[in-house]
Design a protein around this ligand. Structure first.
Ligand SMILES: Nc1ncnc2c1ncn2[C@@H]1O[C@H](COP(=O)(O)OP(=O)(O)OP(=O)(O)O)[C@@H](O)[C@H]1O
Length: 376
């Protein structure tokens, strides 16, 4: 496993400094404007990168510690940014380690390197709006101000979507549900489950349903002509457990659809009373075709997440024993699922200081105790 970067701030004036020496973004408390440090002069010695920026007569100095040599880190980012083929970067890890901050900076960096970029949060507890200081809660793509190339951000709230789905189901006796789920690309599930107590299904959603809605929505946006320009898609995913469910989702849906199709076969070969569940012959065929299309789409999603040419899962962690342990388990699970994972961001490392307070000294000692990732 190659280590991409380790970053942290040493100045209280700077709110956030994630990712690498070559793709650092800082936020100033007053303006909250993202600023790329790509062209800033830096010096590097003994594993620490020193940066000094002067902006509006204020001087901000801080250090970034890089586990990888700067050349390695740059090569890492050069690799990520090269080519115009569409690439997906999924950032995941333990809660609170800085996934959103890193996803936001990576997206800005891509956009500043010529890539029309979409950054999507599928985490039910969103903070992408805070990172960009823009309201992204509407569930649609919002242009982010600042970067050189188009950068759009999208927060998907799966719980809200499920809630809308449930109330549509109650209000419109099913038609609203279908319209809503069609919008999510899952209309065919409604057709098949319409008579099978869908409300109950929503009260106890099967693992991955929320994520299914999120993925379908992103795919739907990317398929539209208006948004097919994006060459980099950055996913800020929910904490580890949700992410693993998201990855096993296509298999889950594939199996469920298989069951549904078998069920349909059984029902349609039974009495005419039961036939009414799925309507007349033509409608049945249509529904079966749609299910097949959903199955194909899920296979596509599964292949996409395992495609080393277009997708990469980047684990974000912090240097604590617990976070590194969870990251190691996540890494093992991803590899088991054959998801491409080769980069790790270690965030929030304390920079060196000659005059440590007691708290900082203890924290630094604690960080040094954090186990290291194996090379492989
Ligand atoms: N390198 C950093 N230096 C200083 N503060 C940071 C850094 N990285 C993240 N933070 C701060 O830590 C907090 C958590 O960061 P963030 O929301 O990006 O984490 P997350 O992993 O996405 O969290 P969640 O799991 O809750 O979605 C935020 O207040 C953020 O500003």
């Amino acid at each position: 496993m190659a280590t991409l970067s380790v970053t942290s701030t040493s100045s209280a004036s700077i709110r956030m400094v994630p990712v690498t020496n070559s793709m650092t973004m800082v936020r100033f408390p007053r303006t909250r404007a993202p600023i790329s440090l790509w062209n800033f002069k830096t010096s590097f010695s003994s594993g620490f990168l020193s940066l000094s920026i002067t902006r509006k007569n204020h001087k901000y100095s801080f250090q970034v510690r890089s586990v990888a040599a700067p050349a390695d880190a740059t090569i890492g980012f050069d690799e990520m940014v090269s080519g115009t083929q569409r690439k997906y970067y999924m950032l995941g890890g333990k809660g609170g380690v800085g996934k959103t901050s890193c996803a936001a900076s990576l997206a800005v960096k891509f956009a500043n390197n010529g890539h029309p970029t979409l950054v999507v949060s599928t985490d039910p507890a969103h903070s992408l709006s805070d990172s960009f200081a823009q309201d992204l809660t509407g569930g649609t793509l919002v242009p982010v101000e600042g970067p050189d190339s188009p950068l759009f951000a999208l927060e998907i709230n799966p719980e809200k979507a499920r809630e809308e789905f449930r109330s549509a189901s109650q209000k419109n006796g099913g038609t609203g549900v279908k319209d809503f789920m069609d919008g999510m690309g899952l209309g065919m599930i409604v057709e098949q489950l319409g008579e099978l107590k869908l409300g109950e299904l929503l009260d106890t959603p099967p693992p991955g349903l929320d994520e299914a809605i999120a993925i379908s929505k992103v795919i739907q946006f990317l398929e539209s002509q208006e948004y097919n320009m994006f060459t980099r898609i950055v996913f800020d995913t929910a904490p580890t457990g949700h992410t693993l469910r998201l990855l096993s989702l296509p298999d889950f849906l594939d199996a469920s659809i298989g069951k549904l199709l078998k069920l349909r076969q059984k029902i349609t070969s039974a009495t005419s009373a039961i036939k009414s569940v799925f309507g007349q012959e033509e409608t049945r065929q249509d529904a079966a075709d749609k299910l097949e299309r959903l199955r194909e789409r899920m296979v596509k999603v599964r292949e996409l997440f395992r495609d080393t040419d277009s997708t990469e899962f980047v684990i974000v962690t912090i240097p604590t024993v617990m976070a590194i342990s969870e990251s190691s388990r996540l890494c093992a699970s991803l590899k088991k699922e054959t998801v491409p994972v080769k980069r790790l961001i270690v965030n929030q490392i304390l920079p060196p200081s000659a005059s440590d307070c007691k708290f900082c000294a203890m924290k630094r000692k604690d960080q040094m105790r954090a186990p290291r990732f194996d090379k492989e």
